[in-house]
Design a protein. Sequence first.
Length: 296
Amino acid sequence: MDWDKLRVFHAVAEAGSFTRAGEILHLSQSAVSRQVAGLEASLSVVLFHRHSRGLILTEQGETLFSTTRDVYAKVAMTEANLSSGRDHPEGPLTISTTNAFGTIWLTPRLKAFHQAYPGIELKLKTSDDALDLAMREADVAVRMGTPTQPDLIQRHLMTVHSHIYAAPGYLAEHGPIESADDLLEQSIIIYGEGPLSAIASPNWLLNRSGEAEARHRVVLETNNIYCILQAVESGLGISALPDYVARDRPTIRQILPDLQGPSFDAYLVYAEELRHTKRIGVFRDFLLSQVAAWNY
């Protein structure tokens, strides 16, 4: 069925006459009549009984009008939803980021975002493999390192630094660590092969403490940053960790603050077509304000 003819039929059914429908559609009475006649011919049914007092829907016309009424209602609702997505911060928002950043840094801050924008339905996907935003696997993503996916808007969030961390219990057992020379006597937890290796050198602590000598003091190797964090908190050993993972943890402390590993940048990215979507904008601004407060 031709959509233009259905649109004219719907207007006629609502108005009850060709003339009034023509006024609504800005068409002549004869043009409206021709469109309805064409629709009737294509369907091989009569849709209206023509009377001097106006038009009355036939049984087949009633059936078709019921369908077009439902279609127009859904179109109107969709239009309203699309407009609200641009004008009001509401609707679904799927966020993608790494396991460590999402679990440790971002999740504790989402309550404040929800309280500010209760109309936004949050979904957080954490994975150390980047989701494809062009395929709408997520709406926005926080990426560690410079994004490589083309045609994405990129907003710099933070420069990620890393330092050495230890638990107070470990320091009480093994003595204070006051210089780089003291690292030669410590149990070390290192990062195994994983995504972080592609953007930074997570095991720079080995180089700082003499890699050849330090290898035999490695007590744990894992490719999961959260596992390293928990191992450090348990007192198993010391490790180099990104500051966004470890700096706010009350159970561990930064040692030798002048020793710092390679840094890298984190970005907020999203598709070009979402540039003016309100829920994307408020999440971007919220994230930037949280980063600014965290960096103080």
